[in-house]
Structures are given as C-alpha cells and as structure tokens.
Design a protein around this ligand. Structure first.
Ligand code: HEC
Length: 436
C-alpha cells in the first residue's frame, strides 16, 4: 500500500503532461546534435533532418525514419536508444542523448510527429546564426600604439613557434595555437599573450606545460570565445581565472586537474555553450550541483567515451579473429600450417602448410573436410552473411548490418532494412537463398 501514493502521483503527472512542442523541444536538439551530419552540408545515411519536407518525403513513405504515431517502428527512435557499443547509435559523435531527450523524441513521434512551419523557421534561423558569429567579432578599437604592440607580440609568438592566425580577412581577431610547442609553453608564455588580449578570441594551450599560475593571465584575455586547456595541469586555482571571461563560449578542460571546486568558476561564465570535462577531476554530482547555471551548456563528461573505445577494441579483436585460420594443422599433410597459404572455404579461412597442399585442397575440398575443425564451433563473428543482396531493398549487402535468423547470418544494406527485417522477417524470407 505504501507504493500507492507515488503511483497515483505519477499517473496524475502523466495525464497532465502537455504535448511535446516540436519547435521548442525537438528542433533545438536536432540543431545541436544531428544537423551537422544530417543537414544542408552533409546527408549521412541519405537523411536530412533540417526541414519537414526532407524528413517526410512524399511518395517515399516506406523509407521514412520517422513514422508518425509509430515510435516503435521509427528508425530514428531506434537509433537513439541503442547500446553504447552499437555503431548505429545516434548521434554518431559525442555523448548519447539523455533519457529525457530520448523520451521527448518518443513522445513527439507517438503524438503524431507534428512539425509546424515555425519548426522549419526556427531551424533555418539557428543554422544561419551559426555561420555568422564565427566571422564577426565585436572587438574594441585599437589605437595605433596598441596595434604596434599587438603586431610585435604576434611576431614574438610566431618566432617561438606558436601558430597565430587571423580568423578572417575582415577582422583583427586572431587565433593562437600553442599546443604543438608542448613543454616550451609555460605560465610565463601566457603572460606574454596578455598584450594580444584585445584581439585574441581563440586560444589553444592544450598539452602544454601551463599550470595553476595560468589563471591570473587567462583572466586578462577578456575577448576569448574559445579556450582549450586540455591535457595540462591546470586545476581549480588556475581555472578560477576564467571566471570573468564574459565572452567565453567553448571551454575544454579534458584531462586536467579541474575538479568540482573549479566548476563553480566555470558555471559563472555567462556565454558558455560547450564544456568538455572528460577525465578531469569534475564529477557528475559536481555538475548536478551547478545544474541551473549550466542549463544552457552542452556538458560533455565523456563517460561514454570509454564504452566506445572498448567497443572499438572489441571490433579490432573480432576482425583479427576473422583473419585467423580455423585450423592449426594442414588438412592435407597434417603438419603445422603457414598462415600465408589459405583459402576461404564455406566462409572459413583454412590454412595449409604450403601452396601445393592448398592446390590439392582446392581441387577436392570434400576429401579433406573431415580433417577440419567442425563448422559449428565457430561464432557468428567469424561468419559472413549467407546472402549478397539485401532481402529488403535488393541492394548490395554491407557486412556491418547482420542478424542471425534461424541459425543463418543474414546481411542487409543498411540498419533501416535490418530493423524492418528484424521486426517481421516473413515478407522477406523468399528473397533469401534457399536452405540447404
Ligand atoms: C557525426 C555525424 C552524425 C551525427 C551528429 C548524427 N548522425 Fe545520424 N548518421 C550518421 C551516419 C554516418 C549515418 C549512416 C550510417 C548508419 O546508418 O549508421 C547515420 C544514419 C542515421 C539514421 C539512419 C538513416 C536511415 O534512415 O537509414 C538515422 C535515423 C539517424 N542517423 C538519425 C540521427 C539523429 C536523430 C541524430 C541526432 C540526434 C543523428 N543521426 C546525428 C552520422 C551522424
């Protein structure tokens, strides 16, 4: 009975839930997390998500990634909820969407995937805005004396090997990259940068030898928009220097000593949009403490990165396993194999001691079949699909998209077809090679 009250409460809040507002709740996620690969520039997987007409293409209903009112059958919803080690997980870059964001997408589709004109307008204006701030910087006017000092400092940086570049032709704004100089760059180098403060908008000091003393100098670089301190020993004291940087939009403290105390300085940044914290000393609960201040910030704690690295390692191991012969002894001579001599026989890599044995085997494999390890012993990872045409689309199979169906490995051209087949294989079975 103790459970009843919270359950009732939950029921009540669900009933009272407002429908998802595409323009306010979905479109911003598309802009931030999807459109770089599924928009005007790039259409990965032949998918554009930047306007209604591209998502719901007339006459192409069978291939829509979003099926209104059918979240369980929508490829887009499936992609968002995959395991971390699944290469089909979207977004294909960065952190997966949060559980709340995924739930928003699911509800949006379940409620009919409404995409009002305002949604298109919002996305278009966001994309237009993304292009402009990169080039126009509102910088203080320089006096002639200041300009001369700035130019001298740029020369000095360059002669020590730093990369100093003007961001665009119509601005004084410069980008400084010191990361290639590694240990040569110290807190003292940052002091020399202070002269550049009126024009310095991007600074990359990653993997350099700067530390806690960097803070006082960083505090003077008031025009900074982007700051990369990753891989340095900057910690909570050093990062306190960024606190007054009113324009800072991007901050990378990946692999630094910055911890939860430093987050307080970071959370105070009024213009911050992106924050990278992977392998810093900052914790999830530290981030949660500054949740309100960081509400508009894309925070990347990178927990998922480890999982993705593990998956990549596994894939390499699998691939190596596939390239290893199934037998240690030559089926023809019975002596140790030399992996150089091999054939692919019934999807298995079979090795021989020499070219002669290989030729013998190829002439009449059946005669030597008994000498090979039994076929059942192999795992799916070592097998290749039984079909070379996708049973759903008829296009060529991509071995990255497979499922095991009734003991046979079936391949598809893409994840969408795989999903269709997995849901209901029957209509496509006739397209598969007959069972032996
Ligand atoms: C860094 C690039 C990148 C980002 C960001 C990205 N994707 Fe993808 N996406 C891809 C690539 C590459 C493919 C094609 C390969 C594949 O099918 O996995 C793809 C395929 C897809 C597909 C399958 C296409 C189809 O219908 O067959 C869907 C759906 C999809 N992405 C949705 C999303 C959504 C939603 C987001 C944002 C939450 C997103 N993607 C973000 C790169 C990206």
């Amino acid at each position: 009975m103790r459970l009843l009250a919270p359950l009732l409460l939950l029921g009540f809040s669900l009933a009272a839930q407002e429908p998802v507002d595409f323009t306010k709740q979905i479109a911003p996620i598309l802009v931030q997390r999807c459109i770089e690969c599924h928009g005007p520039e790039d259409q990965e997987g032949d998918l554009r998500l930047d306007a209604k007409e591209h998502v719901f293409i007339k006459g192409d209903e069978d291939f829509w990634s979003v099926l209104p009112e059918e979240p369980d059958d929508s490829e887009l919803i499936r992609r968002l909820g995959l395991d971390l080690d699944d290469e089909e997980l979207m977004p294909a870059r960065g952190e997966p969407l949060t559980a709340e964001q995924r739930e928003l997408f699911r509800r949006w589709v379940a409620e009919g995937a409404k995409w009002p004109v305002e949604g298109d307008d919002f996305i278009a204006s966001e994309l237009a805005a993304q292009v402009i701030p990169k080039i126009t910087f509102d910088l203080p006017e320089l006096s002639d004396a200041q300009r001369a000092k700035v130019d001298a400092a740029i020369q000095a940086m360059r002669s020590m090997g730093g990369v100093v570049q003007r961001i665009a032709a119509d601005t004084d704004a410069v980008e400084v990259n010191l990361s290639l100089l590694r240990d040569k760059v110290t807190d003292e180098t940052l002091r020399q940068l202070e002269v550049l403060a009126p024009v310095l908008v991007w600074l990359n000091a990653s993997r350099t030898n700067i530390g806690e003393g960097a803070g006082v100098h960083l505090a003077k670089l008031t025009q900074l928009r982007r700051l990369n301190l990753s891989g340095t020993s900057v910690g909570d004291r050093g990062i306190a220097g960024v606190e007054g940087l009113q324009q800072l939009e991007y901050l990378n403290v990946y692999g630094t000593q910055v911890g939860d105390a430093g987050l307080a300085s970071i959370a105070a940044l009024p213009a911050l949009k992106q924050l990278y914290l992977w392998q810093s000393k900052a914790t999830q609960s530290g981030v949660a403490k500054h949740q309100d201040a960081l509400a508009g910030v894309q925070v990347d704690l990178g927990d998922y990165v480890e999982a993705r690295l593990d998956a990549a390692r596994q894939e390499i191991a699998d691939r190596e396993a596939r390239n290893t012969p199934v037998n240690e002894l030559c089926p023809v001579s019975g002596t140790k194999v030399d992996p150089k001599f091999f054939v692919l026989h019934e999807d298995r890599r079979i090795a021989f001691c020499c070219g002669k044995c290989k030729a013998k085997f190829e002439k009449d494999p059946a005669a030597f079949a008994a000498k090979l390890p039994s076929a059942e012993a192999r795992s799916d990872a070592e097998a290749s699909p039984i079909n070379d045409k996708c049973p759903v689309s008829g296009a060529a199979v991509d071995a990255a998209h497979t499922v095991t169906h009734e003991g046979r490995l079936v391949g598809f051209c893409c994840g969408k077809c795989k999903a269709k087949f997995s849901k209901d294989p029957k209509p496509f079975l006739a397209k598969l090679p007959p069972k032996k």
